[in-house]
Design a protein around this ligand. Structure first.
Ligand code: OXD
Ligand code: MN
Length: 595
């Protein structure tokens, strides 16, 4: 039964039906009864495995195909009509060719299968930030995951009414052929086509494809921003709350920061951190000239390995109910799950992520390193009570971060908005030994958006500059680096909950409560202004963190910065004439300051 009379939606569904030829079409109405029927059906085919109802109520297990375990940046395309509008950070394919290539894969691919039509909303349905999408898919895993990650069902179609303003998402698992896997964004058509994959980041089209790639383009045209940022709130003992959004490249602890527990020294006094989002922020200017943030998602699609009761108890708690686990290890004895880092030693009776009995002598990972949990945000013990506020929360600060062994100090503040855009534009992270073997290779990842900007990166930077001009009271912009190391490679800053001490300094700066030292790169704290009370951290045997170590990680290493300049120059050269002049002059000023 169709759930709408919207002609544009009906035509989109009819065109997809004509192309893929499903046996039947099912509209997702958002009811628990319908989702439960689908889960049962997926259990009968092995697509979902029900987990222990007592220990993990309402939780399911899913395995993706072995060749389909991560986002595929090399097969992700931005299909703008003109190639020059796609820019140097994206792969480009002409729209006509892209539709053709994907149509050839999709043609007749749903014969003998069911097509699901998922009306979904990014952002709280009643919010002016919110945007509607329709995802067509032949995967029940996608349906039940979208029901966690977004708001789905009839209410979304009611919001849409007769409007043509919705994103058209078409997903087909097809043959899961990696040679013909395509993740295609058509920003000028409000469309996303994804074929031959079943992995979350490629097929939950509300997430990276819509909420970042398509939305960043919509934001540029409509005067708002879609960013790869967590959103958190800091509550002070007197009840006041301040909000920040933060962008980090992968493997820099974004989810940990979003759900951090302040050190006991602070929590005893009544300080708290509240989570509003862990991955994506949509930002709009409010009537008061401030920037407001909304999390467009309704769930967390988190990396499981490394998550444990110590590293992130809040994330772990999110996964105890109503969660779908993908590619973790399955405990065949009691139908629970496990991953590296959850406990020190694996329990007996594990099946690895491929479904094979785990052999203790094997060196292979038991859970896939990119195994995931898809958990409802409302499960999070520290979810902010206003996380679904349709107006969003006003940002005091935007924080950029990276993993830099030497280059960036623990924290610094940009001189102003335009300089803040420069700081975001030169964001970079060093690869870790664990990930690649080649330590310290710098990858420039502007605003942590490199794989997610749905248009030309130069125009994206210009949009940031333009947004600054429209705000009478913009957030202050900071950069943090939790990863400075000493000569022997030990992390000098404790990180995790102690990052709260840096957040406290950041908010003090926003409130004009503390001075800072002006340096070549921006404002750096005076060591005595970052609270080290009750901080007990051993950097290495016999070497305790103290105010002198803090001074060290606050220094601006001019040699390291000078060495970085040429890499920034190279990156900017790829942008060419679309590089905003404000960024060029910030780079010139940085060079001059470092001389
Ligand atoms: C993610 C990512 O999955 O950034 O959030 O890759
Ligand atoms: Mn992300």
């Amino acid at each position: 039964m169709t759930l709408t009379t919207n002609q544009a939606v009906l035509k989109f569904v009819q065109d997809a039906t004509d192309l893929t030829c499903p046996d039947q079409v099912v509209w997702i109405d958002g009811s628990e009864a319908q989702l439960e029927t689908l889960r049962k059906e997926a259990m009968s085919t092995g697509e979902l495995i029900k987990l222990n109802e007592e220990k993990l109520p309402g939780c399911y297990y899913h395995r993706s195909a072995l060749n389909d375990v991560a986002r595929v940046e090399g097969r992700t395309f931005i299909c703008t009509r003109k190639q020059e509008d796609c820019g140097p950070t994206n792969n480009w394919m002409a729209p006509q060719e892209a539709y053709q290539v994907a149509s050839d894969v999709l043609r007749g691919s749903m014969k003998g299968r069911t097509m699901y039509v998922i009306p979904f909303c990014m952002g709280p349905v009643a919010s002016r930030f919110a945007k509607v999408g329709i995802e067509i898919t032949d995967s029940i895993y996608v349906v039940v995951s979208m029901a966690i990650m977004t708001r789905v069902g009839k209410t979304v179609l009611d919001k849409l009414g007769d409007s043509n303003d919705f994103v058209r998402g078409l997903h087909g698992k097809c043959q899961l052929d990696e040679e013909k896997r395509y993740i295609l964004q058509f920003p000028e058509d409000n469309a996303i086509w994804s074929v031959n994959s079943g992995y979350g980041g490629n097929v939950l089209l509300g997430k990276k494809c819509f909420a970042l790639r398509i939305a960043s383009f919509q934001g540029k045209n409509e005067g708002w921003m879609a960013e790869h940022m967590l959103i958190l709130g800091i509550e002070y003992p007197d009840g006041q709350k301040k909000y920040v959004a933060a962008a980090f490249p992968s493997a820099c602890g974004k989810t940990n920061l979003a759900m951090m527990l302040p050190p006991e020294y602070y929590s005893k006094k009544g300080y708290k951190v509240w989570t509003l989002g862990d991955d994506i922020a949509w930002l709009r200017i409010g009537a008061d000239g401030r920037l407001y943030a909304v999390n467009p998602e309704a769930g967390f699609f988190g990396v499981a390995p490394g998550t444990n009761a110590k590293s992130n108890p809040n994330a772990l708690a999110c996964t105890h109910e109503g969660t779908i686990f993908t590619n973790v290890a399955l405990n065949s004895k009691d139908k629970t799950v496990w991953w590296e880092g959850l406990t020190k030693t694996p329990p007996e009776g594990l099946l690895n992520w491929k479904g094979e009995p785990h052999d203790d002598s094997s060196k292979e990972k038991i859970a896939h390193p990119n195994s995931r949990f898809t958990a409802p945000a409302k499960n999070c013990p520290c979810i902010a009570d206003n996380w679904e506020d349709p107006d969003g929360v006003p940002l005091s600060a935007i924080i950029f971060g990276g993993r830099r062994a030497k280059c960036a100090p623990l924290v610094y503040q940009s001189r102003d908005w335009d300089h803040g855009v420069f700081v975001g534009s030169i964001m970079a992270s060093e690869t870790t030994a664990a990930a690649t073997g080649a330590v310290g290779v710098v990858r420039r990842d502007p605003m942590a958006m490199r794989p997610f900007i749905g248009y030309h990166v130069g125009d994206y930077f210009q949009h940031w500059i333009d947004m600054g001009k429209k705000m009478s009271n913009p957030p202050k912009v900071f950069h943090v680096n939790w990863f400075r190391t000493d000569e022997e490679g030990h992390f000098m800053w404790p990180g995790f909950g102690d990052n709260f001490r840096v957040l406290e300094w950041i908010i003090k700066r926003c409130e004009g409560q503390v001075e800072a030292a002006e340096t070549a790169i921006g404002y750096v704290p005076k060591a005595e202004d970052i609270c080290l009370d009750a901080l007990d951290y051993e950097i290495s045997e016999g070497r305790k963190f103290n105010v002198d170590t803090l001074r060290e990680i606050l220094t601006v290493d001019k040699d390291a910065w000078n060495a970085d300049i040429s890499s920034i120059e190279d990156f900017y050269a790829t942008i060419g004439s679309r590089l905003p002049k404000e960024l060029r002059s910030s780079l010139d000023k940085l060079e001059a300051n470092l001389k």
